[in-house]
Design a protein around this ligand. Structure first.
Ligand code: CP3
Length: 342
């Protein structure tokens, strides 16, 4: 099957399909017992991402179990800073830990290292394309520079990104230098994923929503625009999904400013805002992942609402953010069943 004939690709090209195609952010993850089994084999999380055998296996697990219409490469947004020599590690029970951003550290980054370093991830992409059902869309991804940078300023996960916001106000030049390095590395990384068989790519900007107007333009829109432009310079037809979380009020500015083909909404987006956007570009989303934890009527109502609200244009059914470890795999099966009924 040609890439453009796969359901998710048809919607990304602007077609409305009903029932809509479905996939789930973080679909390979700890809510699945089979994921936890494979995860236990890897010394640490980054090694797991760099093991084509393990990464291919866990990427395929949710496809086997649920038959999602898209598969997303199993990796992480931190493989990009890691590949250019930014010190990053994962601690069990704590998540990512990065060395605080400094000028000295930036002087030590090496773009030329990235290609070799990311070879195992690119190999995973090729293997996936060979092993996936032919109708399944394969998505590659990267983190948006701002979201990656948030963790490097704070050093770890925070809820409001206070450290990154203060850092960007105090020393915008330092932030810009790091963002520029991430832009450069992300462009070649996405192009290589597309060359290896990814049908489309998604840019995750999880922390775009903490920025003020000027910050959103400079740190979310502008770096994303440069990535989109850089990828399209080599791959003019590349389909790119943007996911600036908690940014629904700025979605039109984001689309106009970045040139992405489609956007993902989180669950807090007002319906009317997403409906207006859907008149211009395909949208993806936006079930609250907590409905997969609660199940029952909450799940049925939530799925029903997304379907009945966004049935007027191109929709890729998804969650408003990643599925959480406490979601019940049976609820995921129920969600897929409800969506497939249309
Ligand atoms: O969606 C998928 O199934 C593909 C794989 C994927 C992962 N992370 C695997 C992962 C993707 C697309 C990501 C993106 C990612 N990673 C984002 C953007 C999207 C989002 O969720 O906001 C961000 C901010 C990260 C950074 C990250 N990775 C954090 C903060 C953590 C620790 C928190 C946690 O959930 O443990 C991770 C680890 C991580 N990335 C896990 C998975 C499955 C869990 C780690 C484990 O299994 O030990």
């Amino acid at each position: 099957m040609k890439s453009q004939d796969r359901a998710v690709m048809r919607v990304l090209a602007g077609e409305k399909l009903w029932p809509p195609p479905i996939w789930m952010m973080r679909q390979a993850g700890r809510y699945l017992p089979e994921y936890r089994k494979v995860r236990a084999k890897a010394k640490n999380f980054l090694d797991f991402c760099y093991s084509p055998d393990l990464a291919t296996e866990v990427t395929l697990q949710p496809i086997r179990r649920y038959g999602f219409d898209a598969s997303i490469l199993f990796s992480d947004i931190f493989v990009v800073p890691d590949a250019i020599g930014y010190p990053v590690r994962f601690e069990e029970g704590r998540g990512p830990v990065l060395e605080p951003l400094s000028s000295d550290l930036l002087n030590r980054l090496e773009q030329d290292k990235a290609e070799d370093h990311l070879k195992p991830v690119i190999e995973t992409v090729s293997r996936l394309r060979a092993e996936l059902p032919e109708e399944t869309t394969l998505l590659g991804f990267c983190g948006a520079p701002w979201t990656v940078a948030c963790y490097s300023v704070a050093g770890h996960t925070t809820q409001d990104q206070v450290a990154a916001r203060v850092g960007a106000y105090r020393d915008p030049d330092l932030m810009q230098r790091f963002i520029d390095q991430l832009i450069e590395a992300s462009i070649s990384y996405l192009i290589r994923q597309l060359d290896a068989g990814a049908d489309a790519v998604q840019i995750f900007d999880t922390w775009a929503g903490v920025l003020d107007e000027a910050g959103f333009k400079r740190w979310s829109i502008e770096p994303t625009r440069q990535i989109v432009e850089g990828v399209r310079a080599v791959r003019p037809d590349a389909k790119i999904i943007g996911f600036p979380k908690a940014s629904s009020a700025r979605m039109i500015a984001y689309i106009d400013g970045t040139g992405v083909d489609a956007v993902g909404f989180d669950w807090t987006a007002p319906d009317q805002v997403a409906l207006d956007v859907q008149k211009r570009v395909p949208i993806q989303g936006n079930l609250d992942p907590m409905r997969l934890v609660a199940g029952g009527k909450a799940l049925e109502d939530g799925v029903g609402h997304v379907l009945s609200t966004f049935d007027k244009g191109p929709l890729i059914f998804n969650l408003g953010h990643g599925v959480t470890p406490d979601a019940d795999p049976e609820n995921v099966a129920r969600m897929v069943e409800l969506v497939r009924k249309g």
